[in-house]
Design a protein around this ligand. Structure first.
Ligand code: SIN
Length: 331
């Protein structure tokens, strides 16, 4: 009798626990972005998915939505705040509604080169900026690199005067708008998904992008000239919804943090090579003529655009701009 009671109890316990364990659904991380998969960010998102599904198998599932297929520039941040997506990596130019400090990355000719930007991203001030949107429910996890921006247009841009009167597709950024006003051109804010069409239709005559974004959107096929200006940077912040993140278990968050570190290193190591590859592909395709600036021409662009720093100094903070400038070798 005692034995049969014991057996019944064991069976009941087994029934109680097994279905619970089986019923626990994996947490889903929807990771949406606006670029193609064969780009630094696109590859980063896929590597993140791969590592998470290897190391947190059965616990976390990652769904990647590239090319604005789930949400685009206009609605992605709200979707994150509503927890409809859990991860994004918007360009650093797209955060000014939540913090003005990140506008430092848009200041034209601020950084000597991509290595200087990378150095700044590792500095304490940049680490602080990752946390600057917490009051809005946005938690910064890492900086992901793409690269320096080039100016493309329907005409050759050698001097700032060559840009007078042209319309350029820009990201939604007051600094970038001011940068084009400084050379008597017009910045037209458009979502990334609409950039190619706007260039093709003639709604705008130019744009500014890293090589990888030009190539992956085929913009070079409608832009006969590309000036290698390296005048600014287009990098990303990997972000998540603060409440979603804090509700994960400590163990899960720690595992995800380790994966993010690994993916960030991979993205940032590969970004420059991908941009070099796409530069070579574009030039080999013969669609666009490369305009190389002489030191005097580059200086003329710099002279025109650098006054923009002053007009945004109060919003961004002089300390942030100073911290960014110290990463340049010539400083
Ligand atoms: C991106 O690289 O995420 C797109 C940036 C842009 O809108 O130009």
């Amino acid at each position: 009798m005692l034995k049969s009671c014991f057996t019944t109890a064991i069976i009941s316990l087994a029934i109680l626990f097994v279905p619970v364990a089986q019923a626990a659904e994996p947490i889903v991380i929807k990771f949406a972005h606006v670029v193609a998969e064969d780009t630094p960010k696109g590859k980063g998102a896929l590597l993140f998915k791969k590592l998470v599904e290897e190391r947190l198998a059965g616990q976390v599932k990652v769904e990647v939505y590239p090319n604005s297929t789930l949400v685009g520039d206009a609605d992605e941040m709200q979707a994150l705040l509503d927890n409809k997506v859990q991860m994004l990596a918007p360009s650093l130019s797209k955060f000014d509604k939540y913090t003005k400090q990140l506008q430092v990355f848009d200041l034209p000719f601020l950084f000597d080169d991509a290595e200087a930007v990378a150095r700044f991203q590792r500095r304490e001030k940049s680490r602080e900026l990752l946390r600057s949107m917490i009051p809005h429910g946005i938690y910064g996890l890492a900086y992901w690199n793409n690269g320096l921006k080039q100016l493309s247009a329907t005409k050759a841009l050698h001097t700032p005067e060559d840009a007078n009167g042209l319309a350029f597709r820009i990201q939604s950024s007051a600094v970038i708008e001011a940068q084009f006003s400084a050379v008597q051109a017009k910045g037209v804010r458009l979502p990334f998904a609409e950039a190619f069409k706007a260039l093709q239709s003639g709604q705008v005559q130019g744009a500014e992008n890293p090589w990888s974004n030009i190539a992956s959107q085929n913009m070079h096929t409608v832009q006969p000239f590309i000036t290698e200006s390296n005048h600014g940077v287009l990098n990303y912040m990997l972000i998540t919804n603060g409440t979603f993140w804090n509700n994960l278990t400590f163990a899960m968050r720690s595992e995800l943090e380790g994966i993010i570190l690994e993916v960030t290193q991979a993205v940032n190591k590969e970004a420059e090579a991908l941009n070099r590859r796409d530069r070579d592909r574009i030039l080999a395709s013969g669609t666009s003529k490369l305009v190389t600036l002489s030191p005097e021409e580059r200086d003329a662009w710099r002279q025109k655009m650098v006054p923009v720093w002053k007009s945004f100094e109060e919003e961004i903070g002089a300390d942030v701009i100073r911290a960014a400038l110290t990463v340049n070798r010539r400083h």
